[in-house]
Design a protein around this ligand. Structure first.
Ligand code: SAM
Length: 502
């Protein structure tokens, strides 16, 4: 259906080629805010013939330098072929919000460049070469365009309101019109690439926009020194994919003892965290959506109370949370938290397992970790998170109903080589092939891919049967799976080691 929305559009990506047989396409990003691509996201495809069609992102994952997208209703190679070279767009009004100090490259186009008092010309384009800074292509009358590095050292003032870029250029620079190396594609006039208008050094001009903001409310802020400072979470924080803020609830108390707890009404053991500091801390965050909107089907935020009485965290819930823009985690302590937090402030209670912890901080760290690694771009090879234990299609997962069990489906799962399809992962081995008399299973070194696939599926089924038989009740098993399970049960009865024999 051609979209009738008029006005200007911003291009987030261009389809480069088809990818796979189910209608997936590999796209080149034309945005510096890759975190805005999410399951369920609505986009417009501008086809080669000028027609614009609305599509919904069903699934996505990075592959090499591309972002692979699967749209609803584009289910075959031939459907996908029609999209090659198409632009994936949004109305200009839906451009991502930028942090202060960042500017859309497309907003620079048309601005007049001044060198001191001298007017040089209008910016026609911005190109990325091998140099530290992007090059402004500045056209002046009939002359060849100037290519001026948009470098911190040369920039005096960027005045977008007056459409002016004021620079102080070194003498002679305008005489050298070196061609850019073209390492990066030319910025499209309508792209969502951004640029910083303050310290411009190698690397930071392509900083991504924030994909997710996570705030943790705790009486032990120092607890989080360490757990969030390693590996994937650290990298995601450094590259701006996720921004974690830790807030000390004691800062929101009013008495000189900074009291955060009190005795329970009705008597009984222990102390209970008081409601006032938690409400006030959350309100001080300023931009948390109302509870009503957080409970709606189109929620982009969630305020979570960590609680042993909550819905148990699983991969389906983690995946759904990873699609939100903002999460607030409230950590309880002592006997727990005044129930008015769960009734009127939080929109869900989450437990990380059927046991009682001393506080919610460990649970909050667990949620940050598992959610962060699912944000596109956090893990080098996003496919690796798609094939891990528990991972399944989340299309039908029921997120809104607290306590409701996710509907578990296995789209590419059971039939594909590696995807766990909601089961436990298969066993992994690495070099050396033989260690202290322990050899890796022969099937993994014989190079027969079909045998390896079948062995992996069978050992995943066997491990799931042994350790988590409940998962087998919840996933859709293929005929091959049923046959493998029958074999496994027979072999178990005969005492055969399945991991070895396959
Ligand atoms: N009286 C509570 C009960 O029996 O459910 C236990 C309170 S616990 C000692 C203190 C805090 O630890 C809770 O308020 C909660 O924030 C956190 N907590 C304990 N177990 C948890 C779990 N399994 N998952 C998430 N948070 C937990």
């Amino acid at each position: 259906m051609a979209s009738d929305a008029g006005g200007e559009w911003v291009t987030l990506a261009v389809v480069i080629k088809t990818q796979g047989r189910r209608g997936e396409v590999a796209t080149e990003l034309h945005t510096d805010v890759p975190g805005r691509f999410r399951q369920g996201m609505r986009l417009w495809v501008l086809l080669k013939d000028g027609e614009r069609r609305e599509v919904t992102v069903e699934d996505l994952w990075p592959h090499k330098s591309f972002l692979v997208l699967k749209f609803g209703g584009i289910d075959s190679l031939s459907d996908a072929e029609l999209l090659v070279k198409a632009e994936l767009q949004l109305p200009l009004a839906e451009r991502a919000a930028l942090e202060p100090g960042w500017t859309y490259l497309s907003d620079l186009i048309g601005c007049t460049v001044f060198d001191g008092a001298r007017e040089i010309g209008a910016i026609e384009d911005v190109q990325f070469g091998a140099g530290e800074a992007p090059l402004l292509v500045v056209k002046s009358g009939a002359k060849l365009p100037y290519e001026i590095p948009f470098a911190e050292a040369f920039l005096e003032k960027l005045d977008l309101e007056r459409r002016q870029v004021r620079m102080k250029l070194p003498e002679g620079l305008l005489d050298v019109n070196a061609k850019s190396s073209g390492q990066w594609p030319v910025a499209r006039r309508s792209s969502e690439r951004v640029i910083t208008d303050w310290p411009l050094t190698t690397g930071n001009w392509f900083k991504t926009g924030l994909a997710m903001k996570i705030d943790i409310l705790t009486i032990f802020p120092d607890f989080f020194r360490g757990p969030l400072d390693y590996g994937i979470v650290r990298r995601a924080r450094e590259t701006g994919l996720v921004d974690v803020g830790i807030h000390d609830l004691r800062a929101y108390t009013k008495d000189k003892h900074r009291t955060v707890d009190d005795r329970p009404f009705g008597g009984g053991e222990g102390m209970v965290l008081k409601p006032e500091p938690i409400f006030e801390c959350l309100e001080a965050l300023g931009d948390v959506a109302s509870r009503e909107s957080r409970l709606s089907a189109s929620a982009t935020q969630s305020v979570i109370l960590l609680s042993a009485q909550g819905r148990r965290l699983d991969q389906a819930l983690a995946a759904k949370l990873s699609g939100l823009e903002r999460i607030v985690l409230i950590c309880g302590r002592y006997e727990g938290v005044d129930e008015r937090i769960s009734e009127h402030l939080a929109d869900r209670e989450v437990s990380i397992g059927d046991y009682v912890l001393s506080g919610g901080e460990l649970g909050a760290a667990v949620i940050v970790d598992t959610v962060t690694r699912l944000i596109p771009g956090a893990v080098g090879n996003q496919n690796s998170t798609r094939q891990e234990s528990f991972t399944e299609s989340l299309v039908e997962a029921d997120f809104a109903g607290e306590g409701a069990r996710a509907t578990l489906t296995a789209d590419a799962g059971p039939s594909s080589t590696c995807v766990s399809g909601g089961l436990l992962d298969y066993p992994h081995y690495t070099r050396p092939a033989e260690f202290r008399g322990m050899a890796v299973p022969e099937v993994l070194v014989n190079g027969n891919h079909e045998q390896i696939r079948s062995w992996r599926r069978k050992t995943a089924l066997a491990k799931t049967l042994r350790n988590r038989p409940d998962l087998l009740e919840r996933v859709r098993l293929t005929d091959e799976d049923e046959e493998l399970l029958a074999e496994i049960r027979l072999e178990l009865a005969q005492g055969i080691d399945i991991d070895r024999e396959g």
